[in-house]
Write a protein that binds this ligand. Structure first.
Ligand SMILES: Cc1ncc(COP(=O)(O)O)c(C=O)c1O
Length: 384
């Protein structure tokens, strides 16, 4: 039996063979530690890391490679941005503004900081999952330290008005942090144009390896002030101690270069595929609803509410044919309905009738649509 079709690309992606090829020497003979550049192996590792830093910066429209700090992923980078910014600021009651649909790796550090005395204003989203920049403007206070708004939502794929939020923050001298885990490598980005101060991402969301990511931290005209949250050997300018994941960093650079070069074509293909799947499913189920925004959306995202169908039962029914999730992968261990779907107005019952497809490479839309249509027709009816 062939493996099921993979449709969970928001959770993670496979490593592109071209990425693996570039990583292999650094998993084998090029074993040096970039913190020991005085000898051949360490020097080769350091050069590879610095070349990768330059390449990643160029892909993100960032003129200063030193603005890219390597971490083990977005979770760590979000913690460093939020907690590190708070520690450096020194006001225990510092004020943050964030949205109700952020990922757990932003919600949890902010909740943690609230426990230390920080104050957080949570702005709502509309029925498509968009933040209104005016809500951010109205929430600003003299003691606001940072605004933290994600670039693209991991459940419903909605894109946020980053330029407008960046302009508000810059004009009021408030830091703008953006979790761009679902965005980088999938949508064009020029950090200078967005006027973002801190931005985070993970390689495994764009066909790179797991366990490596980065924090973009603006250093010009002045350095965004942060304190480290990991203490040790002082790597990454003292902000992120720990031996660098050289193979992972090299892989992330190749993955981002490829994703940037192929982005326009890939997004055209994914949008066509999503439209084809939706058309086919609607033939049998005209009541099926696509969540999120039609206009401001990740091409690969399909969040579908299928009235009467238990999403977990559907996943089980089809698990030999396709792999997809209910809500977000990070939330599936929980029984609570998704906070994102609730925030855009779905009832608890509708949340449990919602699936998330993450389209990706090597997928046939016709095959996916046929398998899903048959599964939906055969799925047990949802019982509250
Ligand atoms: C929007 C968003 N932020 C942060 C993360 C965390 O990324 P990582 O697990 O690579 O740290 C994810 C992963 O699902 C995500 O989708």
């Amino acid at each position: 039996m062939s493996a099921p079709i993979y449709l969970d690309s928001h959770a993670t992606t496979f490593v592109d063979p071209r990425v693996l090829q570039d990583m292999l020497p650094f998993l084998r003979e090029q074993c040096g530690n970039p913190s020991n550049p005085e000898h051949y192996h360490g020097g080769m590792a350091r050069d590879a890391v610095e070349r990768s830093r330059q390449s990643i910066a160029a892909c993100l429209g960032c003129s200063e490679p030193e603005d890219i700090l390597f971490t083990c992923g977005t979770t760590e980078a979000n913690n460093l941005a939020l907690i590190g910014g708070y520690l450096q600021n020194g006001n225990p009651r510092a004020h943050f503004i964030s949205s109700v649909i952020e990922h757990a790796s932003v919600l949890a550090p902010l909740n943690y900081l609230q426990g230390l005395g920080a104050e957080v204003t949570w702005v709502p989203v509309d029925g498509e999952g968009r933040v209104n920049p005016d809500d951010i403007r109205s929430a600003l206070r003299p003691d606001t330290l940072m605004v933290s708004i994600m670039a693209a939502n991991n459940e419903i794929g909605t894109l946020q008005p980053l330029e407008e939020i960046g302009a508000i923050c810059r004009s009021t001298k408030v830091l703008f942090h953006c979790d761009a885990a679902q965005f980088v490598g999938h949508e064009p980005l020029a950090v200078d144009a967005v006027q973002v101060d801190l931005l985070t991402f993970s390689a495994h969301k764009f066909y790179g390896p797991k366990g490596v990511g980065a924090l973009y931290r603006r250093t010009r005209p002045e350095r965004v002030p942060l304190q480290p949250i990991l203490h040790g050997g002082g790597q990454e300018g003292g902000l992120r101690s720990g031996t660098l994941n050289v193979a992972g960093i090299v892989g992330m650079a190749t993955a981002l270069r490829i994703a940037t070069e192929e982005m326009a074509e890939e997004n055209r293909r994914l949008s066509t595929m999503a439209a084809e799947i939706l058309d086919r499913l609607k033939q049998n189920r005209p009541d099926l609803r696509l969540n999120g925004s039609a206009r401001y959306k990740l091409s690969r995202n399909m969040s579908l509410t299928i009235p009467g169908v238990d999403s977990m039962a559907l996943i089980q029914l089809l698990k030999d044919r396709i792999s997809f999730s209910a809500g977000s992968a990070c939330a599936t261990a929980k029984t609570d309905p998704s906070h994102v779907l609730r925030a855009i107005g779905l009832s608890d019952e509708e949340c449990y009738q919602t699936i998330r497809l993450g389209l990706g490479r090597d997928i046939s839309a016709t095959e996916v649509a046929e398998i899903l249509a048959a599964g939906i027709a055969a799925a047990p009816v949802f019982v509250d």
